[in-house]
Design a protein. Sequence first.
Lengths: 216, 145
Amino acid sequence: MKQKHLVIFSACFLLLAFVAGGLLYRSQKSEAALKAYESNKSTFIRQGAPTHGNPAAKVDIVEFLDPACETCKEFYPFVKKLMAAHPDKIRLVVRYAPFHSGSEYVVKILEAANMQGKFFETLEAVFSNQSNWAPNHTPQPEMVWNYIGGVGLDIRKLRQDMDTPEMEKIIQQDIAAAKTLKVTATPEFFVNGRPLPSFGFDQLKDLVNDAVGSAY
Amino acid sequence: MNAPTRAQDSSWALLFACWLIACVSTLGSLFFSEVMGFPPCVLCWYQRICMYPLVLILPAGMFPFDRNIVRYAAPLAVLGALIAVFHLLLVAGYIPESIKPCVQGVPCSEVQIEWFGFVTIPLLSGLSFLLITALLMLTHRRSSK
């Protein structure tokens, strides 16, 4: 009987340790992100990264996204709605986390479009045709060209811009930032440096509402 | 039925130790993948396939104590140890590129954690499997006397 108790006690203890460890890890991660945000904003906001909304807004949503990521596509209209609910109070900054193989090519297209001031138009075209060019998480990045014709980009210049060493540097910078901030899945959001407590639409909404509430 | 002897008690304790190692390894690997967000590579999955069942199989041999448990648990532990050794050799670079089994997703040669400069996930896994194997062998020798 004593042996049975020993096993049950051990199992409970180990499970509790697991849960407590998880909570501790999460709170440490979010504290570290917040510290990084306060001491060095450039980890979050790269100079020249695509932004949307009022540049003087007091609430920053930094989103790490992968153009081939389905959940990023699902979140996109939701983020837009959140911004519309608080006009001029939120600025969205997009960072790249090209975790799918083949995503980097699409990121280059997006960043080159950003140089032409058409990032979000291009992103919307890429997202709305995602199921065609990236079916079942296997991106065929060359196919993206078929879907961005309507955006009004200077395609010749875009192709030139894609192949510059600066482009490589931008991607490496974003990947390095993702690593520093422990972004392992997309989309990942930081609202004024705070990561989502757990993943979901509501969690993002609460985080944004809190930040808007305390900033305005 | 005989009351459990002293020798049986100590054999039971060895099995209990095996079970604890298996539990810690299982929860640890889940912590790496689910909490810290490291995607497991293919070889990690094969090692998980050997480790996770031990958490359930070992108690079946502990209540009531069954010395035959070694025959059910040892193959898993030995196979897991072999995969872990293969994984370690791959990370260390002793096994050439061409026989790497993983082409998609996370490369198995990627080092995701490195504590104190040498403790990696496959090293932890290998140690767990070898320790479990050793304790199982000890259990077998003690209980067959």
